[in-house]
Design a protein around this ligand. Structure first.
Ligand code: SF4
Length: 353
């Protein structure tokens, strides 16, 4: 029997769906656009059709909650050294066999919630304002698109003194993205799985929708950084990387920060970890194609975690793992050596002042 416990505070009517024939509905939250029959759940297992209406099953159900340096997202050009109150929930709309957060992304929301795992937008806003070391709020860990209703409510409530961002695969509908931006979202780190060869064939998605979303976000002045988890034999082909770099320039800008991240075996994938030389090759290709800010992640101590002036090569921001060691940008955000404007949102954490 199809029942819905309406006393469960996590159950809330979805913001984006349309009625179809009979009691079926179409979810308009992500580009999967699942058609869901009465009593059934969508592909991500976080939305259910009950009596011809669609409900999210995880409003405010927080699987993970922590204070993170913004460098962990990663976002290197967005208030470097700042701290984001970061939260995530359950599930994903992608089915990557190499997922690093599989313990929460491969699971639906638990049948029962605990008071400790339940948040309200008011509680998130209060927690952010209570702690003076917090500079922003970020939805991450699982796919934030699935928490659309909660994220929209949180972004509307948290004041504009804070940045509001998501770490996402970018596969929401244009309508969902518009909702997030209109609610006050200011930044996105978007994770790429590769070019069409991987995304369209292996994951049964359409990469062009991610680029469409990125263009929309870019045109609306949302800060964007891109992540490319480099996995040997899956997406490390030189042509893929060249195509990706060209697509970034074509759709966004030469100044869009791109992070190639070292893969380690995870979840179902047992491919050998990415070698440092493969990552450095990706870095060289992306720079040769014209990108100004290319970074390597998951390699502690590597010099390509740091920011260099694209004009004179001066070391501007030195990082190690998730820490900013120093930041030599001038108050006007310029290179202190050649005066080049560097497109980085300015911030100096207390420990560097
Ligand atoms: S969020 Fe995406 S995967 Fe989940 S039900 Fe809606 S369309 Fe399907």
């Amino acid at each position: 029997m199809n029942t819905l416990n309406t006393d469960d505070p996590r159950i809330k009517q979805s913001y984006l769906f349309k009625k179809m024939s009979g009691d079926s509905v179409q979810c308009l939250t992500c580009r999967r656009m699942c058609v869901i029959q009465e009593g059934e759940i969508g592909k991500c297992k976080t939305r259910r059709n009950f009596e011809g209406k669609l409900y999210t099953l995880q409003y405010g159900d927080v699987s993970s909650y922590s204070l993170n340096p913004i460098e962990k997202k990663p976002a290197y050009h967005y208030f470097p050294g700042s701290t984001a109150l970061t939260l995530g929930s359950w599930g994903c709309n992608f089915e990557c066999d190499w997922c690093l957060n599989w313990d929460i992304t491969k699971n639906p929301p638990p049948e029962k919630y605990t008071d400790a795992s339940l948040m309200t937008p008011e509680k998130v806003a209060e927690n952010a304002s209570f702690n003076p070391s917090i500079n922003g709020v970020c939805f991450s860990f699982n796919e934030p698109t699935l928490s659309l209703e909660f994220a929209v409510d949180v972004f509307q409530l948290v004041t504009n003194d804070y940045y509001k961002m998501i770490v996402t695969n970018g596969y929401m509908t244009g309508e969902a993205l518009d909702y997030l931006i209109s609610a006050g979202m200011t930044g996105m780190t978007v994770s790429f799985k590769g070019t069409e060869n991987v995304v369209d064939c292996l994951l049964d998605m359409k990469l062009k929708y991610v680029w469409e979303n990125l263009q929309m976000a870019y045109q609306r002045s949302i800060h964007i950084e891109l992540v490319y988890l480099l996995i040997p034999t899956i997406n490390d082909d030189e042509e893929f990387i060249r195509d990706f770099a060209q697509d970034v320039i074509k759709n966004l800008s030469v100044n869009t920060p791109v992070h190639f991240i070292r893969y380690f075996p995870s979840y179902l994938t047992r491919i050998e970890k990415t070698s440092i030389s493969q990552l450095q090759k990706a870095h060289t290709i992306a720079k040769d194609e014209g990108l100004n800010f290319v970074y390597l992640g998951n390699i502690p101590g590597h010099p390509f975690q740091s920011t260099y002036c694209p004009n004179c090569s001066e070391l501007l921001i030195k990082r190690n793992i998730f820490s900013v060691i120093f930041n030599s940008l001038t108050e006007k955000g310029r290179c202190p050596k050649c005066n080049q404007v560097i497109p980085i949102y300015p911030y100096k954490p207390v420990y560097l002042t």
